[in-house]
Design a protein around this ligand. Structure first.
Ligand SMILES: NC(=O)c1ccc[n+]([C@@H]2O[C@H](COP(=O)([O-])OP(=O)(O)OC[C@H]3O[C@@H](n4cnc5c(N)ncnc54)[C@H](OP(=O)(O)O)[C@@H]3O)[C@@H](O)[C@H]2O)c1
Length: 233
């Protein structure tokens, strides 16, 4: 809804990726000012991110980098009302033929980076009357299929982080929620699954709409929720 986030100062991680770009655009359309954070040095197309302040080259799994980047983002925006943790990645590997290192990689990218960014943001969010954290989990983590073990384990961690942090931050009036997407309609997914019915997949813009709602004043009573947003998958 236009103007729903007027004046809100929001940090988005994984902001240069497929979902991140759509979220940054939706937040700005709703009136927010955005710090776009990513490990990649720069976005594929800078223009897509509008007026967002860009913080590339930040590996959020590194505690010092996470703290320094969230501090710089808060400085640039004049404070922080919300953090959206989108940074993440995917691997499909069976246990028998896959590598043990993949479990460490997905834990690091999908869970550790969300913990480090949240930890770095809390002091900034607590200065306001209604802080917000939104995490991106995965619906595929509710019950893992073959080859999905490492990914599902890491995204299950995101769900548990969401619950624990929601309880921890209740008295500081910071809500913490997660979205559980199914397959997102992104160019890489289309390239990987060319015969799929793309129309059934959830669009980045549909996920962004739910995030805008969770960041708005209308969602102030929702915390600790992991919300499936799955399209027709
Ligand atoms: N795509 C799907 O179908 C799907 C389904 C369910 C859930 N999800 C989740 O949704 C989120 C976004 O997915 P997406 O498809 O938009 O992914 P994407 O296009 O790969 O974007 C993810 C972005 O996060 C960045 N990133 C990774 N590790 C980071 C770190 N340690 N610190 C800072 N930035 C980091 C990546 O940078 P690099 O390019 O340098 O790696 C990339 O720019 C992810 O959490 C993903 O697990 C995706």
């Amino acid at each position: 809804m236009a103007g729903e986030l007027e004046g809100k100062r929001i940090a988005v991680t994984g902001a240069f990726g497929s979902l991140g770009v759509a979220v940054v655009r939706a937040l700005q359309a709703a009136g927010a000012r955005v710090a776009a954070i990513d490990r990649a040095e720069r976005p594929h197309a800078e223009a897509e991110l509008g007026e967002a302040r860009l913080f590339g080259g930040a590996d959020l799994a590194e505690a010092d980098a996470a703290t320094a980047t969230l501090d710089r983002a808060a400085d640039a925006l004049g404070g922080l009302d919300a953090l959206v943790n989108i940074a993440g990645t995917f691997r499909w590997e069976t246990v028998a033929d896959g590598r043990l290192d993949t479990w460490d990689l997905l834990y690091t990218v999908n869970l550790r980076s969300a913990v480090a960014a949240s930890k770095a943001a809390i002091a900034h969010l607590a200065k306001n009357a209604s802080g917000r954290i939104v995490n991106i989990g995965a619906n595929g983590a509710v019950k893992a299929g073959a080859g999905m073990g490492a990914y599902a384990a890491s995204k299950s961690g995101v769900a548990r982080l969401t619950e624990a942090l929601a309880e921890e931050l209740k008295d500081r009036r910071i809500t913490v929620n997660a979205l559980l997407p199914s397959i997102i309609d992104t160019p890489p997914n289309r390239a990987d699954m060319p015969k799929a019915d793309f129309d059934r997949w959830v669009k980045p813009e549909q996920l962004a709409d739910v995030i805008v709602f969770l960041l708005s004043d209308r969602a102030s009573a929702i915390t600790g929720a992991s919300i499936p947003v799955v399209g027709r998958v």
